[in-house]
Design a protein. Structure first.
Length: 374
């Protein structure tokens, strides 16, 4: 016979392991304890590896060091596709640098001003400042990794990032931040180029570092108060159309022939494109031949009342289509800037014809069938 001590030294078979898990084996007590301890150790190890840990400092420190928001003079953001946006500060105003039709020399801060805006467009200051404040708030309170392999995995490496933010200080100093992946909606991995440590931050998201110009500017290009417009002329390849308000404030169409009626609804459908025109992107203050402003597709002339006695005349010139054919170059008489506007908004102004604004003729009465009363 086999002694109890020898039996206890024999390895567990599949059947006995199954019995332990079912709680029917005589060795279930000690085995279940060891299994429980092992599971707890594994859970603790996983939590230790993946849980954000405080940095070595006793107090969280700014990730970008002593960066001063007031002293930032320039900002450059590059995304993973290589698209880039650059912003410069001149005085109290932030400016977006534009691709000014292939000009070789980039703009300098002195060329970004109301007087000379060769290849710049005014940014919305508070949007830039909000972003800079978010950068300044980044701190070392949530350290997650520092290995080289983690930099690539979390997309905060010099050659693999979601966004790269480069900050230029007025005193000549500079710093670079890599913005990486987001493990969940309210947190993003970040790393300063001067440090190997990777942190998790809830004060900055990847969307905050977007490279699209429209995220940094006011996209409203032209506005007019409809109630103040007294007349509107649309001139395009189909001819010139003039609409005026009568003494009661109702729109009328000039030049109607006998038997023609004006369809005011057709005018109301295009008025929003005139009174509140948004741009896709600014093109700069330099007129280029490719813009087609000298031979426009359409010209709109608006005459508005200003104070009940005086009037204001403004024009919108719609030039050439862009290379993709989805938008048109537009120039307002009130702005030094040429912009790209959506073809959906201004295309109807280019294509409008006289017949579009005429009410449909009343249908002729159908002839009564023979033997029926009309």
């Amino acid at each position: 016979m086999t002694s109890d001590s020898e039996t206890s030294k024999q390895p567990l078979g599949l059947g006995e392991i199954s019995a332990i898990l079912r709680g029917t084996s005589p060795r279930e007590g000690s085995a279940l304890i060891w299994l429980t301890v092992l599971m707890l150790l594994q859970s603790g190890l996983l939590a230790w590896v993946y849980w954000p840990r405080a940095g070595a400092e006793s107090q969280p420190a700014p990730i970008l060091g002593d960066m001063s928001v007031d002293q930032v003079a320039g900002l450059s953001i590059t995304d993973q596709e290589g698209e880039q946006i650059q912003l410069l500060k001149n005085g109290d105003q932030w400016w977006v640098l534009l691709n000014a039709g292939g000009e070789e020399e980039p703009a300098t801060p002195s060329q970004c001003s109301e007087e000379e805006s060769r290849s710049c467009y005014p940014a919305v200051n508070h949007r830039v400042e909000t972003f800079l404040n978010a950068l300044a708030d980044l701190n070392t309170s949530r350290l997650v990794a520092r290995s080289e392999s983690s930099r690539s995995r979390l997309r905060v490496a010099a050659d693999s990032f979601v966004h790269r933010v480069q900050i230029e200080q007025a005193d000549g100093g500079s710093s670079t931040l890599y913005v990486g992946t987001s493990p969940h909606f309210s947190a993003t991995h970040v790393r300063a180029a001067a440090n190997t440590d990777i942190y998790l931050s809830d004060s900055l998201s990847s969307a905050d570092a977007d490279t699209a110009v429209y995220n940094w500017i006011d996209t409203i290009y032209f506005q007019a108060t409809e109630a103040e417009i007294r007349s509107l002329e649309i001139a395009n390849a189909n001819g010139a159309l003039t609409f005026t308000r009568d003494e009661t404030g109702q729109w009328q169409m000039d030049g109607l022939n006998d038997g023609e009626a004006f369809n005011a609804g057709a005018l109301f459908a295009i008025l929003p494109s005139v009174t509140n025109l948004n741009m896709v992107e600014p093109l700069g203050a330099t007129q280029l031949p490719a813009y087609g402003i000298d031979r426009p597709n359409a010209v709109l002339t608006l005459v508005s009342d200003t104070d009940g006695e005086n009037s204001l005349t403004r024009t919108l010139t719609i030039g050439a289509k862009d290379e993709e054919g989805s938008g048109y170059v537009v120039k307002s008489s009130e702005s030094p800037y040429y912009v790209l506007a959506s073809g959906f908004n201004v295309g109807r102004l280019v294509e409008s014809a006289r017949a579009d604004f005429l009410a449909a003729d009343d249908p002729l009465p159908t002839q009564a069938a023979e033997g029926q009363e009309p």
